[in-house]
Design a binder for this molecule. Sequence first.
Ligand code: KIV
Ligand code: NA
Length: 285
Amino acid sequence: AKPLGLAGVRRRFERGEKLSMVTAYDFPSGRFARQAGVELVLVGDSLGNCRLGLPDTVGVTMEDMIRATTAVRRGVDAAGAATSPKPLVIGDMPFGSYLTMEDALRNAAAFRVAGADVVKLEGGSHLAPVVRALTNAGIAVMSHIGLEPQRALLQGGFRLQGTSATSAMEIISDAKELSGAGCVLLVVEMVPEEVGTAVQASISCPVIGIGAGGKVAGQVLVCDDMLGMHGRPPSFAKMFADVGRASAMAYETYVKEVRSGQFPGDKYSRHMPAEELHKLQQLLP
Ligand code: KIV
Ligand code: NA
């Protein structure tokens, strides 16, 4: 199947079709996303807390992200019998990788080389010049506003943003400036539904919400939250499967069967040809 491309995403958006986006961190999660037919696959810096055991996303490096992006790219490309068009792969620029314009350009280019179609940056109107420079350099940008995990400390922790009229207006004006600077997609995280709705109404590019209600162009979930990999996810994330529980049970059963000798047993053991076994027995002391 052909790549959906930005044009394909826009076409679906303009037809009023809801867009699905999910994070992926490696080959299998990229493949699952592709096979399910999502439009957007985010190599999120949530890699840090989900897969590296970090307390938050701040310790994630460019090296971590580039390695993950190459693996996700291969998973998306290799999805075998998938008939749905290839989704866009979005690389999440990690903490500290866009502090200066030069860093932003160099690191965004590295994501493109690693196989990302689009790069994502957290930040409001102060990032408009960076979004414009990247766009001028031929790099498509997804912006990320509302709750910005890379600056959660300054935002008062992982909490709902835009709850007052003033702070809501700030988020809306950030969205307008970023859109004016050229961002092609926008994530809004952890805001009241009314704010998500207003952001989408204020700009012409698709708004993808996470904890932002259903009146935006699409939804994004962290795959580990969707799968229940770490127990109960945040309240806005729906657990679509309990892979954490299923995995824990499989590990427990494995250990039990190794200890009891039930595994491997005859079914998972192989035998020598009788003739060779006979020879071996004569060679053994
Ligand atoms: O890193 C991530 O998972 C994200 C999504 C929550 C949008 O940025
Ligand atoms: Na992120």
